[in-house]
Design a binder for this molecule. Sequence first.
Ligand SMILES: NC(=O)c1ccc[n+]([C@@H]2O[C@H](COP(=O)([O-])OP(=O)(O)OC[C@H]3O[C@@H](n4cnc5c(N)ncnc54)[C@H](OP(=O)(O)O)[C@@H]3O)[C@@H](O)[C@H]2O)c1
Length: 366
Amino acid sequence: MKSWREDQRKAGEHVDPADVAAVEAAGIDLDPPTPADRLRDHDHDHDHDGGAPHDHPGDPAGSHDHDHAHPHEHSEPGEPPLIGIVGAGAVGLALGVALTRAGWPIAAVASRDKARRERFRSWVPGTRAFAEATALLDEVELVILTVPDDALPSVAGSLHLYSGQALIHTSGLLGADVLAPAMAAGTQVGAFHPLVAFADTERAVAALHGATIAIEGDDQLAGLLARMAEAIGGMPVRLAPGSKAAYHAAAVLAAGGIVALLDAIAELGRVAGLDEAGSLAVYTPLIRQTLGNAASIGIRDALTGPMTRGDAGTVRAHLAELAADAPDVLELYRVLARRELALAEQRGTLAPDEVTRLRGALANPA
Ligand SMILES: NC(=O)c1ccc[n+]([C@@H]2O[C@H](COP(=O)([O-])OP(=O)(O)OC[C@H]3O[C@@H](n4cnc5c(N)ncnc54)[C@H](OP(=O)(O)O)[C@@H]3O)[C@@H](O)[C@H]2O)c1
């Protein structure tokens, strides 16, 4: 069985051994099973003589032991599965573009919004577009739900998979079990979470190259999803059971948290006379340098600034300035400074009285 690393080497792509070691050290399985069998291989439960299109037996949600057979469309042996995307938002569109460019075409998209359907079809020509997710089920073998996390239970509850189909979502938080209401005999559910900030379509498609993609599903589906991840340049991993919430919270800090920090930096930049572009031009090199330091010497040793020197007077001056001209940033500065102080203490270079003075300055910003 080939690993993703062998595939990457074969493809001549650059995999930084340090990245691999770091991901493995975090307990992440970098070698999810490759497909011993394709999802669409016809040795599993496809019943082409089953019910007529739209002949949903109306099984109660969560009942999986019925065979919901249906002559839905099938791909040719050796071809990627027929893929449908439900939800033409940021992730749905970018995944649609990336998969199509990688030779995994999107057969159908479902979006309740006409403008989003048209936008999807302009980026991914040749895709059939539906307003209803249920209509898309007749066209595809693998359904990717790219709807908000909170909508997943209700959307899954409105779908009844046909035997041989698989349903996955792209949530970083929720498990595949949230899709269970859509299951019938011979169906599978899973998850496919790219660790990418889907703000701009082209940039997101580019960022999928080298991105970690957390996959979930039984071995057969996970194998297919690993190949799909590799096809768009991603690095498929399987997370330890129960770790998804922490993994996703870290991702939210790494994306939205950094944006919130940038916003605070820009607010202080405005006080100093810089517009947003000016702040980004001034502070981005410092941010890059800090990231580079953390990558090469570790997070703790990358810390610089007044906390490492015991400069309580500097901290007091900052807090006074924030209270006067940027009160919205005051609490954020204090919360982060406490974490910086803890890191500085771990280094063991601050004298006890310096730690006391810094703690006092942070406790009494007035
Ligand atoms: N954004 C990211 O950076 C990111 C990264 C990784 C994973 N994810 C995950 O990817 C999923 C989608 O996120 P997104 O950022 O693409 O969201 P989004 O841009 O808000 O798009 C969501 C899509 O789902 C459809 N939708 C919204 N509410 C719905 C409902 N109640 N029922 C059915 N469809 C509904 C929307 O409407 P239409 O049907 O009208 O099109 C829209 O097209 C989420 O699970 C998210 O956690 C996001």
